[in-house]
Write a protein that binds this ligand. Sequence first.
Ligand SMILES: [Zn+2]
Length: 337
Amino acid sequence: MDLERIKSIPIATVAADLGFRLSPRGVGRCRLPGHDDHNPSFALRTRHNGFQCFACQRGGSVIDLAMIMMSMDFTQACGWLTGRYLGGNRSTAPRLPQIASAPAAAAHDGQVAPDPDIYGWLLDHSAIRSAGCAYLNSRGISAATIDHFRVGQVASREALLSDALKRFGRERLERAGLVAAGRRGIRLVFPSGYLLFPFFSDGLVVYIQARRADEGRDYRWICPAKLLPPPYNLDVLDGPAGTITICEGITDVLSAHELRMAPIGVLGAARDLSATVIDRLARRNVAIFSDADRAGTALAQRLRRQLASRGITVVTKRLPPGINDLNDYLQSRQAHA
Ligand SMILES: [Zn+2]
């Protein structure tokens, strides 16, 4: 059996043959057994030739997909894939599973889950404007960095909501955490003028966090309803960087990128790294730039312990006296340049 060849059978073809109806972005309802998906939670990870469901959390290679969909063991799945796609018997029909709603599926019904299709659409319809660029520029972030992170900006909250409702419907927007009940009906959670920071995984937008485009302190950051942010800029782990810098928050990730580091950002209350992320940090150097306050120090200690238990050595970086975070540091360097 040639595992490399089997694993490179195009996942889009296998998924289509197994009954998945996916958008051109490779996103659609999950049809994995036991998940009665009413949301497009399933996405192809084309760069890895794999798949992932953001709701039932299953994912893997074409072999895993065949195993799960047809209740086969590893050897049977490899045999089926070889027979069907690698010059064997092409008439081998897939044994499709019963899609009827299993009891486990009820737990996902109506719950909020990331919706990469809508998030991608939202970003495509929210180009950053000159005021948004000017604000980020004033904090030391260059146009090239704004472009790199594909920062967007909400033009009109009302117009965007109206277009999104026509295209996706209210129920789907609610499931994606994008609408909230206001005094005069529903409204988009992201106000007009807010900057949008997309979180990518294999080119799909799996989360969006919004920020005021000025120095006002009220509602500075806004997240989709009931969804916690994953780490930011995880795509950098697909690159060749030998040293990964962990920092706090989106602004510090942009600042670290500006300082030619390869950063990932931890944010929100759930700031532990998942086992998957830690695996992807293995065999690299990890540097932590946490904020110079008590919470930042505690975060650095916790991450250092977490990573050390997996054999990853971490260097804690200290900012110069009087400098509170990486954005302060970036701005002070630019002021002295
Ligand atoms: Zn699923």
